[in-house]
Design a binder for this molecule. Structure first.
Ligand code: HEM
Length: 475
């Protein structure tokens, strides 16, 4: 028995192990050879690694393929060893086909900086939120009636009679809140790490368009249950367009499809609420295409970060973030489903009775606070819309040489005050119109705009000045 095992080990197992090890060794050797080739290529171009680093540090456009070429480990070593080795030859051939290769390039092998934190999972979670909203919305639309006499009771019918209707409705309503939480976190991440700076200006602007579409969709969705807050919220917001000179009143009537918010308004809001998420999905694809053009920014804000493939590293990291997200989401849906809503919206719409306080959903409160803090009607509406549109200007007013706020001591302070200011505005937005709150709202509104118009450009300018002064002194 022992003899036969010895024989088997010597003649069969050992030679196989030897072949296996030799194969790995030769693979490593060829990787080494390719690495030195890339090193030579790199030296041939006459650009040293350190000067490349300092140039990319200030935001030079670096196409993604260049990163591959420059960083030899990405193209030959860990990434492909980690990714392609576990798959069969058949699979490797399969991913070369046109459609599959698209997914392989953009999801599996997509090169991602090695140092991304969980702050980079918010984009993925925003995508998941969009899918959840579309799916639950489709189910709700099968039972909802966009008619002013039926809308309120059709929602109650969903809650009481439709199988798991309550679950779909609560998931859809709280899903909107979760969507805004992750998108606000996504935007703040971008503002902190300077993700909007060159070469990602267009990526940022496509995000702002998505934000505007999301806001329009959420606003119209809130009108559909046809409760008191739905009706009066729709009335207050649509009436804002009357401030447009000369044609304002006519535009409002055109939006309403009549002389008040009425059945025609509900129907068109329902249609738009149904179709806009698909338009958003289109913009998300554009957003991702723009992201993949230059690749992700990273917490250090450098362009030549080491790269690893998206799968399995960030795929697993995003899945972990997804579980945390789902934990919070399901706690909301199953234990506090009405916590973020307003009880007045459980009263059917009545055009003859105005509620004592008209307040929007929590995610619109900061903008509502801005609207109310300006004494002039036209000024209030302009500032409210301006507070969102001003996001478009950020990539073009930041003159900093450094992207990440980690290395921007002055900007970092202003950024965190801005975050506190945003929450302060959110709180003021739901308080009654008393003098003390109005005054506080004015200060908070002032800081909101000063941050974008003055502090972003000036802090960047001062920091650049200090940095160049330090470099010049060193030389
Ligand atoms: C439906 C809404 C959105 C979805 C599904 C979405 C999706 C994504 C995804 C998947 C990424 C890559 C992963 C990440 O960096 O987090 C990303 C990156 C990015 N997004 Fe969005 N996004 C949305 C809204 C926005 C908004 C509103 C903005 C800005 C106003 C924005 C600006 C950016 C920027 C600048 C990046 C690059 C970040 C970096 O590389 O550091 N996105 N987005």
């Amino acid at each position: 028995m022992t003899n036969s095992f010895n024989h088997l080990f010597k003649n069969k197992i050992l030679p196989n192990i030897r072949v296996f090890l030799t194969e790995i060794y030769s693979n490593l050797l060829s990787t080494q050879r390719k690495m030195s080739f890339f090193d030579n290529f790199f030296n041939d171009t006459g650009v040293s690694k350190s000067s490349q680093k300092s140039r990319t540090f200030i935001g030079k456009v670096t196409p993604i393929y260049q990163k591959f070429v420059i960083n030899p480990e990405v193209s030959n070593g860990i990434s492909y060893a980690g990714i392609l080795l576990p798959f069969s030859l058949k699979f490797r051939r399969l991913v070369k086909r046109p459609i599959l290769s698209f997914f392989a390039n953009h999801i599996i092998n997509y090169p991602t900086p090695i140092n991304l934190t969980y702050a980079w999972s918010f984009g993925f979670l925003a995508g998941i939120s969009l899918l959840i909203q579309i799916f639950t919305g489709l189910v709700l639309s099968m039972h909802y009636s966009p008619n002013i006499d039926l809308a309120f009771s059709s929602v109650e019918h969903i809650m009481r009679n439709v199988n798991y209707g309550w679950w779909f409705r609560y998931t859809h309503a709280n899903g909107a809140s979760m969507f805004f939480i992750v998108v606000y976190a996504h935007i703040l991440r971008g503002l902190y790490y300077g993700s909007y700076m060159a070469p990602r200006q267009l990526l940022w602007c496509s995000g702002v368009v998505i934000l505007l579409l999301m806001m329009a969709t959420a606003f119209m969705g809130y009108v559909l249950p046809w409760g008191q807050m739905s009706f009066w919220g729709a009335t207050v917001i649509t009436k804002m367009f009357s401030v447009i000179p000369f044609v304002g009143e006519r535009i409002v009537e055109w939006l309403w499809g009549g002389f008040t918010v009425n059945g025609a308004t509900l129907k068109r809001f329902y249609t738009m609420h149904f179709v806009l998420p698909f338009v958003i999905a289109g913009f998300v694809l554009l957003h991702l295409a723009l992201l993949h053009k230059d690749g992700s920014n990273n917490p250090l804000g450098v362009d030549d970060a080491e790269m690893i493939p998206f799968y399995p590293y960030y795929f697993l990291k995003d899945i972990h973030a997804l579980f945390v997200y789902l934990l919070i989401f399901s706690t909301l849906v199953h234990f506090y489903p009405n916590y973020l809503g307003h009880p007045v919206n459980y009263i059917p719409a009545d055009s003859m009775r105005t509620p004592a306080h008209i307040v929007p959903e929590w995610y619109f409160l900061p903008y509502y606070a801005i609207l109310r803090s300006i004494p002039d009607k036209v000024g209030g509406v302009v500032c409210m819309f301006g507070s969102i549109l001003i996001l478009f200007t950020v990539p073009y007013t930041n003159f900093s040489m450094i992207r990440s706020a980690h290395f921007r001591p002055i900007y970092k302070v202003f950024f965190w005050i801005f975050v506190a200011d945003f929450f302060l505005l959110m709180w003021i937005g739901q308080m009654p119109m008393r003098n003390s709150y109005i005054l506080l709202g004015r200060y908070a509104t002032a800081y909101y705009f000063i941050f974008f118009i003055f502090l972003i450009p000036v802090s960047g300018y001062i920091e650049t000045l200090l940095l160049t002064h330090k470099i010049e002194n060193k030389n």
